[in-house]
Design a protein around this ligand. Structure first.
Ligand SMILES: C[S@@+](CC[C@H](N)C(=O)[O-])C[C@H]1O[C@@H](n2cnc3c(N)ncnc32)[C@H](O)[C@@H]1O
Length: 221
């Protein structure tokens, strides 16, 4: 059940979990939609209440929207904003389009694109809020993706990334469940700070979020 101390430093390495192929499969995309609809809302509560309070006006971009569960909640919560929601997986985008309720169709559009490839997203325009939930640990080049998103932010705009956080205690547990592996694939705050420093981003905050294996990264322009 528990790893020894000698092994700990080795296994605390980040496990890469880009999962691109996984989300490109229609069955997996459907399973994700089903799970997301039935999942505890607790994992989104902090993010949703926080952006509701911020009440940012203008245009929103969601990165890695998956089947669009959060897109629809954010659109309903902010009745005056337009949301462009993006995902690298055409299957996820198909599901999101099918699931979109009629009342939101004029304000929400879904587009295929890769956050790590500026050419695939730059034509979407500039945004006042760019947000992403549970995707940072899937991006195959997180630093490049953040740099790309920063370039698509309007002045005074905000990037809000809500994701898992790799925590030490987890490495004492050998469980290989999907969820535990996702936490092992997530970034530590010091790794995120180093990335932002390398990009040259000065104004940011890395917020701890309950429960303690989650975090939010807020970047201002
Ligand atoms: C775990 S799901 C999260 C979906 C949704 N944000 C949520 O919180 O339910 C991760 C999503 O990120 C997408 N994704 C992964 N890498 C991406 C990239 N480089 N650009 C855009 N989307 C990406 C995947 O296709 C997948 O739909």
């Amino acid at each position: 059940m528990f790893a020894t101390n000698e092994k700990l430093e080795i296994i605390m390495e980040r496990i890469v979990e880009c999962h691109q192929d996984y989300f490109h499969d229609i069955e997996n995309a459907n399973k994700y939609l089903y799970d997301a609809k039935n999942a505890s809302k607790a994992r989104f509560n902090n993010f949703l209440s926080s952006i509701k309070k911020l009440d940012i006006k203008g245009k929103y971009l969601e990165i890695g929207s998956g089947p669009g569960i959060i897109t629809q909640v954010v659109a309903t919560q902010h009745p005056n904003v337009e949301i462009t929601a993006n995902d690298i997986s055409p299957e996820m985008i198909k599901l999101a389009q099918l699931d979109l309720t009629e009342d939101l169709m004029t304000r929400v559009k879904y587009m295929i694109g890769d956050a790590c490839d500026i050419n695939s997203i730059k034509d979407l325009g500039k945004f006042d809020l760019i947000y992403s939930t549970f995707t940072l640990h899937h991006w195959d080049n997180a630093e490049l993706a953040i740099k790309n998103l920063y370039s698509m932010l309007n002045d005074n705009g905000l990037i809000y990334i809500h994701d898992l956080k790799r925590v030490r205690w987890l490495y004492y547990i050998k469980s290989q469940s999907g969820f535990f592996n996702s936490i092992r694939a997530a970034y530590r705050p010091d790794e995120i700070k180093a990335m932002l420093n390398r990009i040259g981003i000065k104004e940011f905050e890395i917020r701890p979020v309950f429960p303690f294996f989650m975090q939010s990264i807020l970047i201002r322009k």
